[in-house]
Design a protein around this ligand. Structure first.
Ligand SMILES: [Zn+2]
Length: 220
């Protein structure tokens, strides 16, 4: 089965859950976490899944992490293959539960997507649980499992603990094994092994490696 097929099924599962809820049955919504190393195509999958909802006439909202404090208002999520969508920005102070509850007053929300979910705080992961359990809206998160120092991101740690459904979006190391780790590389080719966890995606390059080659700092 192709990965995109899997995602479509997940989206359909949400569609079905929403339909069931509309009939007044139990809340079948779930919190999903799709995790991976860098460059695995997470954002492409997120946008594809969002497109599946839109195609069925459903309303979704998206959030992505605000890297730049001056960048307020709307933001676009872009994938490497050219798909794009408008997104709301969250930072560590955003109460996503209250924000979603407010947006529900304007329009029915069928699903919420979170990109860069590794940057969620513990409190925000709990807020997503409340969106699923109390508001009955499925929440689909995409994020990195660990940073370039091999440390877990808080958002991912709590999503791995609390999500109803977990799925790994796979990518490969230069050796052909599954890549589970990331290294950050400076423009001069040097591997960075310390620094701020949150500088992801600025000027440095990231390479995904299997654990063995990550430990050896072997870029192939
Ligand atoms: Zn390897």
């Amino acid at each position: 089965m192709s990965k995109s097929g899997t995602i479509s099924e997940q989206a359909l599962a949400c569609v079905n859950a929403t339909t069931i809820r509309d009939r007044g049955s139990a809340n079948m919504s779930k919190l999903y976490f799709y995790y991976s190393a860098m460059n695995a195509g997470k954002t492409t999958k997120l946008l594809q899944s969002n497109f599946n909802y839109k195609e069925r006439g459903m309303n979704t909202i998206m959030y992505t992490f605000c890297m730049d404090k001056d960048d307020n208002g709307n933001h676009k999520i872009n994938s490497r293959i050219g798909l794009a969508s408008d997104a709301n920005l969250f930072d560590v102070n955003t109460n996503i539960f209250l924000d979603a509850q407010q947006k529900m007053k304007d329009a029915k929300i069928n699903c919420i997507f979170i990109d860069e979910a590794q940057f969620l705080t513990k409190e925000q992961v709990y807020q997503l649980c409340r969106i699923v359990d109390e508001l009955g809206i499925p929440v689909i998160c995409y994020g990195l499992r660990s940073d370039f120092m091999g440390e877990p991101f808080d958002g991912s740690k709590y999503l791995l603990t609390l999500a109803d459904e977990l799925e790994e979006v796979k990518t490969i190391c230069h050796c052909g094994k599954k890549a589970t780790m990331n290294v950050r590389i400076l423009p001069n080719g040097k591997i960075v092994d310390r620094g701020q966890q949150i500088e992801i995606g600025k000027n440095d390059k990231y390479v995904s490696l299997c654990r063995k080659h990550y430990m050896e700092k072997n870029l192939g």
